[in-house]
Design a protein around this ligand. Structure first.
Ligand SMILES: N=CN[C@@H](CCC(=O)O)C(=O)O
Ligand SMILES: [Zn+2]
Length: 424
């Protein structure tokens, strides 16, 4: 027998809409999220939110309708699935030994100069097959899902040459097609570091003349589906002019610019983003006032990664000043072998405690704004009619418990496009 609707989420103590009709929020708007008390949501067969309102309104309006599944959410809170704006989830080999080195006082650059860090992960990732990398990726996605993440930005970047970079993008494409719970927007990061035996100019030429043409060929053949191009703009990695050339070449083939900048040194990232019209910059621990102003006017999203500052004991990016200036702020876990974090609730907690964001701002940054940072906020990031029913159900009558109970918040269910993908 057919049903009228796929799902009814019934009588949630708090149904956290975030905001209605806005692609992202800036400034004081980030502190004003919309919540429906005793809320009910109706989801259609395609997994799209069909209607949303108070329990009483919905009971009356849909009294004659049938639902494939009804979930009584009395005493619970319902939030949009979290969007992780920055991850490096495809790699093999861990770097737990480097964690010990860093605890003993080594900096990120010390480890990198000693041939560890990104180079260590590259050597392991190069020698793994596509299938091995896929088998490593799936449990990571499942761990993200248990923590409420339903959409991620995911980068290549542990190859630095055509074959391995494309292998990583193929792994992401396969996961996009075969793994149901976490949707993936992929990013090409051939400019993550300078490969051994090359200088920055040679590496830049290799990206522009070899890697990007192959990326385009595979994308046109439907074998990979990158949306963004990324570069690590940093001293000793790619500097301003090379970064600009790479980003421009990516833009020329239809990729959006979403890059790492101003992490360890001030590199004029915000200024570059303004010049090129970039969608997002991640990190920004060392951003300048001019850079932030340029980002506010483009606008360019600031994807802030509190796990990096925490793990490397860096100064945090100036989140408060960004919000004050109207820069759209998003959050990411930065999941990678340096910052091994798969939990957006923990990221939101760090954003509050270390970067002085309030809980509403952190939630907006981890949902609607993170979705907008990867051009997905017309379909993801808030609980609005017409968007996908990507939902986190929390066994608490106030949504803030997702941040307050940082390491193990009481997530009871996660839905992706109206399908139950996790429960406990
Ligand atoms: N900073 C550059 N890239 C990553 C770290 C990658 C790695 O250390 O493997 C980041 O975003 O933190
Ligand atoms: Zn990164």
């Amino acid at each position: 027998m057919g049903f009228d609707f796929k799902l009814k989420i019934s009588n949630a103590a708090q149904l956290v809409v975030i905001s209605k009709g806005k692609p992202f929020l800036i400034g004081k708007e980030m502190s004003n999220i919309e919540i429906i008390e005793n809320g009910t949501m109706i989801v259609d067969e395609q997994g799209i939110i069909f209607d949303i309102g108070t329990y009483w309104e919905m009971e009356d309006k849909y009294k004659d309708k049938t639902f494939e599944k009804v979930l009584d959410c009395t005493g619970k809170s319902v939030l949009p699935g979290f969007v992780d704006g920055h991850t490096h989830p495809v790699f093999s080999g861990d770097r737990v030994h480097e964690f010990a080195m860093k605890l003993a006082g080594a900096t990120y650059l010390d480890v990198h100069k000693a041939g560890g860090g990104i180079q260590f992960t590259i050597s392991h990732t190069k020698s793994s097959t596509e299938d091995e990398l896929y088998q490593l990726l799936i449990p990571r996605l499942n761990r993200m899902l248990k923590n409420g993440t339903t959409l991620i930005e995911a980068k290549s970047g542990y190859g630095l040459e055509t074959e391995t970079e494309m292998k990583m993008l193929k792994v992401l494409d396969r996961a996009s097609k075969q793994f149901q719970g976490v949707e993936i927007v992929s990013t090409y990061l051939g400019g993550h570091a300078i490969p051994k035996g090359m200088n920055a100019a040679e590496a830049t030429d290799d990206i522009i003349n070899k890697q990007l043409p192959e990326l385009k060929r595979l994308r046109d053949a439907g074998e990979i589906s990158p949306s963004n191009i990324d570069v690590f703009l940093e001293k000793g990695f790619f500097e301003y002019d090379d970064t600009k050339r790479i980003l421009q070449a990516g833009k020329d083939i239809g990729l959006e610019c979403n890059f790492h900048g101003d992490e360890l040194s001030y590199m004029k990232s915000g200024e570059l983003a303004g010049e090129l019209g970039c969608r997002a910059i991640s990190h920004l621990e060392k951003v300048s006032e001019e850079g932030m102003k340029a980002m506010a006017s483009t606008p360019t999203f600031a994807v802030l990664l509190p796990t990096t500052a925490y793990i490397l004991r860096l100064e945090c990016p100036p989140a408060r000043r960004m919000i004050e200036l109207g820069v759209p702020v998003a959050l990411g876990s930065d999941f990678n072998p340096n910052a091994h974090c798969l939990s957006m609730p923990f990221v939101m907690n760090l954003a509050c405690v270390l970067m002085k964001m309030n809980m509403n701002e952190s939630l907006v940054a981890a949902t609607l704004n993170a979705a907008a940072s990867i051009n997905k906020s017309s379909t993801h990031g808030s609980l609005e009619v017409g968007k996908f029913a990507d939902l986190v159900i929390l066994s608490a009558n106030k949504w803030e418990h997702i941040i307050y109970e940082m390491v193990d918040p009481p997530i009871s269910h996660v839905f992706k496009k109206g399908n139950l993908v996790f429960s406990q």
